[in-house]
Design a binder for this molecule. Structure first.
Ligand SMILES: Cc1ncc(C[n+]2csc(CCOP(=O)(O)OP(=O)(O)O)c2C)c(N)n1
Ligand code: SF4
Length: 288
């Protein structure tokens, strides 16, 4: 299979030069590689997106797809996975919808450790609605919804997901397609909840391309099995644009822990459970 087979032919409406194109290319390549290596079946891959610029990936990626409500990518992914655990569920979110409207779901998906993959396009803005501040926006930013400036500290999504129990936590850069492709493949192969933050400069409302190019580095000689080390690396960047920022990318943390769907008391997924009720007996009992 070639990555082009995942094209839909739909006209793209992302701004010309949007870094979302880099993520689209990486996702297509990652799925293609996994299908060609017979690690996943194309027909079993299901995408889920919400509402935002990122969500338009729904139109450009030719896989099974569910277009969920704003901020509700995660519970939709969870429902699909529980409905059919054979499926390889990959979800897409923006930093605004994920950490504002959908924040509670992040906590619980990490805690449940369902076997799904979640990619967050982090441009530190609500971009589709013209660049308002999100919970990840840097301190001091004055914008449409915060004309007097943001006074709160941004949340750190890596620290958050590590704390809540995600068993795979990684960070990639939308313009580093080869490494992002590898991260997505690793996330899809990981058994458990895989969280990948993708730094995705919005060229129209938050063009951080140069800042990120200057400050990003790749994790090397890092022990991804060591939680404390992962946390230390996650805390290295505070999501502000300080001159001395150091922004690690790569896999911060990966561990094997029981996944939600394997711990069901029912043992078997409901759709596989054979039901042969004795209707006559049931009816007789009902009539008593
Ligand atoms: C419940 C709800 N709240 C707000 C909106 C309005 N809305 C639609 S897209 C969007 C911005 C999305 O931002 P983000 O999730 O960061 O994605 P981006 O556009 O930056 O890719 C907002 C606020 C909505 N559609 N539904
Ligand atoms: S507004 Fe920003 S994130 Fe949205 S398509 Fe344009 S460049 Fe991309």
């Amino acid at each position: 299979m070639k990555a082009e087979e995942l094209n839909t032919g739909e006209k793209t409406t992302w701004c010309p030069g949007c870094t979302d194109f880099g993520i689209l290319t990486s996702v297509k390549q990652a799925i293609t590689n996994l299908v060609n290596d017979e690690k996943v079946k194309r027909e079993n891959v299901v995408g889920v997106s919400g509402v935002g610029c990122f969500d338009k990936i729904y139109d450009y990626l030719n896989i099974n797809f569910f277009h969920a409500l704003h901020g509700r990518t995660l519970p939709t992914m969870f429902g699909i996975k529980l409905g059919n655990p054979e499926l390889n569920v990959i979800g897409f979110g923006g930093d605004g919808s994920t950490y504002a409207e959908g924040m509670a779901h992040v906590v619980h998906s990490c805690r449940y450790n369902e076997d799904t993959t979640f990619l967050v396009f982090d441009n530190q803005r609500f971009s589709l609605t013209t660049g308002q501040a999100t919970p990840v926006t840097e301190k001091g930013f004055a914008g449409p919804s915060t004309p007097l400036g943001v006074h709160e500290k941004p949340i750190n999504p890596l620290v958050l997901t590590l704390t809540c129990g995600a068993s795979f936590v990684a960070r990639g850069f939308a313009l580093d397609i080869p490494n992002l492709t590898k991260l997505i493949e690793a996330a899809m192969m990981h058994k458990g909840f895989s969280f990948v933050e993708i730094l995705q400069p919005c060229i129209s409302y938050n063009n951080t391309i140069q800042f990120l190019r200057d400050h990003i580095y790749k994790l090397e000689n890092h022990d991804a099995g060591n939680y404390d080390e992962a946390m230390k690396k996650a805390l290295e960047w505070n999501y502000c644009q300080d001159e001395n920022s150091k922004i690690p990318t790569g896999i911060f943390y990966e561990t094997n822990s029981p996944v939600y769907e394997d711990q069901w008391p029912q043992l078997k997924p409901w759709h596989n459970v054979e039901r042969n009720p004795d209707f006559r007996k049931l009816l007789a009992e009902f009539k008593k």
